[in-house]
Design a protein around this ligand. Structure first.
Ligand SMILES: *Cc1c(COP(=O)(O)O)cnc(C)c1O
Length: 389
């Protein structure tokens, strides 16, 4: 009882330590560079179950596809290693279908329609270029319009005999102003009989995207959906079967394992019907507003720090504790403070998109309450604040 207020020690992570690595405290959000999502106990259990036994992989992929389809509002789903491979498989499927000779010839499209037309402002780099993922699947990316101005007419004018697909990228990396809407892209596709691929990698609500009339919608399983490093391609039964067929070709080096597939199924079920809204790795419960408000009060007492709770800029249900760093009072500016936190032990990563204007933020989604305490301790140590009494 007397110890009930002291933080629970972090679980041992001895293999990381044997490798000379210190597990990071992730106050930045869902970052691929920090390993994506922290998995729920349910997802970890599903992956462990898969790891302990064998299964006929083709049957697993089909059965998982049915389950993922129910949770995402699509007819069928192809499980993948990520959204990036999902793009390559989707493009390959639209070029080669289920024809084994064509599948084995890719990425050479062998004279088949293979151009993938996309707005110039959507040709983003998410860690690697979208263009390259299209090319991996045998496609030739065709960017239309200008970086900040693309009309549906630009897309329509580029569609011809060689067109395999239109592509729409939903991302904070993409240019938003001046781009055609997804509805307009879908309308161009319908009019010309060309399928539309949507990259909705980091989106929270799969159903909002599978109901847009797009033919194939690609998601990352390891981002908003809280799954292991994985992905989904959602669409009609015929097109998704063609995506799965690519595992006999260009999909082979993107092979998805049984542990990943079962973990993804479990994560998507949990995402669709959360029973634990407050769990680490989810927003939920008012987006952690009260928790971050309490944290802000504590951080506000640190030298040189003015802290308050702020809502997500993109309107998602997330609240963060924002730190305004006064370089005089804090002894270093926001950029310096973020760098010292990241280089310390344990390494602490805060949101630093606005460090240049003196602001850092603590994102609650990937921090346990114990880790949140450790973040406060590190800030106190660095800023030389008196220890709490
Ligand atoms: C992250 C991201 C990807 C790649 O997703 P992975 O699951 O990491 O392969 C593709 N497109 C966009 C827009 C992304 O944000």
């Amino acid at each position: 009882m007397t110890d009930s207020l002291s933080p629970t020690p972090a679980p041992p992570s001895s293999l990381y330590e044997e490798l000379g690595l210190a597990p990071a405290l992730n106050g930045n959000g869902k970052m691929t560079a920090l390993g994506g999502s922290r998995l729920s106990d349910g997802v970890i259990a599903a992956m462990a179950e898969a790891a302990r036994s064998h299964v006929v992989m083709d049957e697993l992929l089909v059965a998982a596809g049915r389950d993922l389809a129910a949770a995402t509002g699509s007819e069928d789903v192809c499980a993948t290693t990520g959204a990036a491979s999902g793009i390559a498989l989707a493009v390959a499927a639209l070029i080669a279908g289920e024809d084994l000779a064509r599948i084995e010839a890719l990425p050479d499209p062998g004279g088949r329609p293979h151009e993938v037309v996309l707005p110039k402002g959507h040709a983003v780099h998410f860690g690697a270029p979208v263009r390259q993922m299209i090319a991996l699947g045998g496609g030739r990316p065709v960017e239309v319009g200008s970086a900040n101005k693309v009309r549906a007419a630009h897309l329509a004018a580029a569609v011809g005999e060689r067109t395999a697909a239109l592509m729409y990228v939903q991302s904070h990396h993409a240019v938003h102003k001046g781009m055609p809407s997804l509805a307009e892209v879908v309308a161009v596709g319908r009019e010309h009989g060309v399928p539309v691929i949507v990259d909705a990698a980091a989106e929270e609500d799969p159903r909002a995207w599978t109901s847009t009339g797009a033919d194939l919608v690609v998601f990352s399983g390891g981002k908003a959906l809280g799954g292991p490093t994985s992905g989904l391609v959602c669409g009609s039964a015929a097109l998704v079967a063609a995506c799965r067929a690519q595992y006999a070709g260009i999909g082979r080096p993107m092979k998805v394992g049984k542990e990943t597939v079962l973990g993804l199924v479990r994560a998507v079920r949990e995402h669709a019907a959360p029973s634990d809204g407050g769990q680490v790795g989810r927003s939920g419960q008012g987006g952690h507003h009260d928790r971050m408000a309490r944290l802000a009060v504590r951080l506000d007492a640190l030298p040189g720090i003015t802290a308050r709770v702020v809502p997500d800029e993109a309107g998602r249900d997330i609240h963060r504790a924002q730190l305004l760093v006064d370089p005089v009072g804090a002894g270093r500016d926001a950029t310096g403070l973020a760098a010292e936190l990241a280089a310390g032990s344990p390494p602490v990563f805060l949101r630093d998109h606005h460090a240049g204007s003196g602001r850092l933020a603590v994102d609650p989604r990937c921090l346990t309450p114990e880790e949140e305490e450790a973040v406060v301790r590190r800030l106190r140590e660095l800023l030389g604040a008196a220890p709490p009494n």
